[in-house]
Design a protein around this ligand. Structure first.
Ligand code: SR1
Ligand code: MG
Length: 402
C-alpha cells in the first residue's frame, strides 16, 4: 500500500512528500521546507516553500477531533465542503477566493494557493491597520456568493439538490451550541467569563428572559431557513487582505442557512476591531472602522438590490414589494446574528483576540460591556436595523453610556 492510500494525520515531513507525490507544482529536485502555520480552532495548515523561496502552496488537513479540544469529535469530510465551496466562490466572486489545486478524500486535505503576500485581517486590525477597499470587496463577495445560491435566482430543483449536498451536521451543531445556546445558559459548563465582569454578565445575559427567548427564535431560524449557501464563519480571521485585495478563506462551516448569518458575522467582528481600537485610543482607526461598518451595510443593500433586479428568475419574487420584504428579513437576521456573535465571543468558549488582548483591566471591562449591551440591542430590536447609520447610531449611543 502506498503511503497516502490510508488516512493519517501528517507531520511536516509527510506533507513535503505528499506535495511532491500529488502535484507537479515544484521541480522534482527542489528542496522543500514545511511549517505548520494554522491558528484556527479545527484544522492543521501547512505552508510548503521551495528553498529558493519563489514557489509555495498551502496544505490544509482535517483531524478527527477539533484542534481546540479533543472532546469535540468531527468527521474529516469537512475539507470536502470547504474545497467545493472555495471552488464555487472562485467562480461566483472572482478574485475573492484562493485557488484550490487538489482535494483528496482519503487524506482529507486540500492543496491551495498560498496567500502569504496577504495578512489575516484580524491580525492587521489588531495593529490598527486600515483597508480602504474592504467594505467594497466584502459587500461584493457576500452579494455575489449568497444571492445566486437562493431560490430567487437559481433553479429550484438544483437548489434542493445543493441543500442536501451541503448538509454539514457536525459543524452546524458547533454553531448551534457555541453561538445559539451555551452563551445564554452555560449548560455545557464551558463558558469562560472575564472575572471582573462575571456578576454583570450573569445578570445581563443569563438572567435576561427576553434576550434568551429572542436567541431561541434566531436559533430555529439558523436551523430551518435554507435560504442560501452561506460561508458560515465569516469573521475577520477568515479574511486575507492587502490594501488592494480581499480573499475569503475557511468556508468549512458552509451550509444552506440564512444570509444574515454571514452579514451579521462581518458586522460583529468589525465592531470588535473598532472597540479594540477605542480601548487603545486609536481615533483615526476607530473612524475608519465606523465608516467601514456603515459602508458594508449600505453597499450590501445597494448591490443586493442591483443584483436582484438583474438576476431574479422566480416569477413570484418579481412581485412589487417582495424584494424589499426579503431584504428587510435579511437585515433583521443580520442584526440578530451580529448580536449573537458578539455575545458568544465574550461569554462562550471561542474568544476573539480583539477583546482578550486588551491588557488594561478597566478598558477590558468597558469593552466587554459595550459589546454585550450593543449586542442585546441588535438582537432585541433587530427589526429596526436597516442602514449603516442605524448600526452606528446604536454603537455610538452605547459607547457614550460607558
Ligand atoms: C470548536 S470551533 C470554535 C469556533 O471556531 C470556528 O472558527 C467557529 O467560529 C467556531 O464556532
Ligand atoms: Mg475557521
Amino acid at each position: 500500500m502506498a503511503k497516502f492510500d490510508e488516512y493519517f494525520l501528517m507531520e511536516n515531513e509527510d506533507v513535503i512528500h505528499y506535495v511532491k507525490e500529488k502535484t507537479s507544482f515544484f521541480n522534482e529536485n527542489s528542496a522543500l521546507l514545511c511549517d505548520e502555520i494554522g491558528d484556527g480552532n479545527l484544522n492543521y495548515v501547512y505552508r510548503v516553500v521551495d528553498q529558493a523561496g519563489d514557489k509555495s502552496v498551502i496544505v490544509k488537513q482535517a483531524g478527527d477531533t477539533a484542534r481546540i479540544s479533543d472532546a469535540i469529535k468531527l468527521s474529516t469530510n469537512r475539507i470536502k465542503i470547504e474545497s467545493d465551496i472555495l471552488i464555487l466562490h472562485g467562480k461566483l466572486a472572482k478574485g475573492h477566493a484562493p485557488e484550490v489545486y487538489l482535494y483528496d478524500n482519503v487524506m482529507n486535505c486540500c492543496i491551495m494557493e498560498d496567500l502569504s503576500d496577504h495578512t489575516i485581517l484580524r491580525e492587521a486590525l489588531l495593529q490598527f491597520e486600515t483597508f480602504p477597499k474592504l467594505a467594497d470587496h466584502i459587500s461584493t463577495f457576500m452579494v455575489q456568493t449568497l444571492l445566486p445560491t437562493t431560490d430567487v435566482v437559481m433553479d429550484h430543483q438544483e437548489k434542493k439538490v445543493n441543500v442536501k449536498e451541503y448538509m454539514n451536521p457536525e459543524l452546524c451543531d458547533i454553531s448551534e451550541e457555541l453561538v445559539y445556546t451555551e452563551p445564554f445558559n452555560d449548560y455545557n459548563q464551558r463558558n469562560e467569563l472575564f472575572e471582573p465582569n462575571k456578576e454583570w454578565i450573569v445578570t445581563e445575559i443569563y438572567r435576561d428572559d427576553v434576550l434568551r427567548l429572542e436567541a431561541a427564535k434566531l436559533k430555529f431560524e439558523f436551523m430551518n431557513h435554507a435560504q442560501a449557501l452561506i460561508h458560515g464563519d465569516l469573521h475577520t480571521g477568515s479574511l486575507f487582505v492587502t490594501k488592494e485585495s480581499t480573499k475569503v478563506i475557511d468556508p468549512e462551516f458552509g451550509f444552506y442557512g440564512p444570509i444574515g448569518y454571514d452579514v451579521g458575522n462581518i458586522i460583529a467582528n468589525l465592531t470588535f476591531a473598532l472597540i479594540h481600537g477605542d480601548a487603545y485610543g486609536k481615533e483615526p482607526f476607530v473612524d475608519w472602522a465606523e465608516n467601514t461598518i456603515m459602508e458594508v451595510v449600505d453597499l450590501f443593500n445597494k448591490k443586493f438590490t442591483a443584483f436582484w433586479d438583474e438576476h431574479v428568475t422566480d416569477e413570484m419574487a418579481k412581485e412589487t414589494g417582495f424584494k424589499e420584504w426579503y431584504l428587510d428579513r435579511v437585515l433583521s437576521d443580520s442584526a440578530g446574528v451580529a448580536g449573537l456573535e458578539m455575545i458568544r465571543r465574550i461569554v462562550g468558549l471561542a474568544k476573539v483576540k480583539d477583546i482578550t488582548s486588551i491588557e488594561m483591566e478597566a478598558e477590558r471591562i468597558r469593552a466587554e460591556r459595550i459589546c454585550l449591551t450593543l449586542a442585546k440591542r441588535f438582537i432585541k430590536d433587530r427589526d429596526t436595523f436597516r442602514t449603516g447609520k442605524d448600526f452606528i447610531t446604536a454603537l455610538k449611543e452605547v459607547m457614550k453610556k460607558y
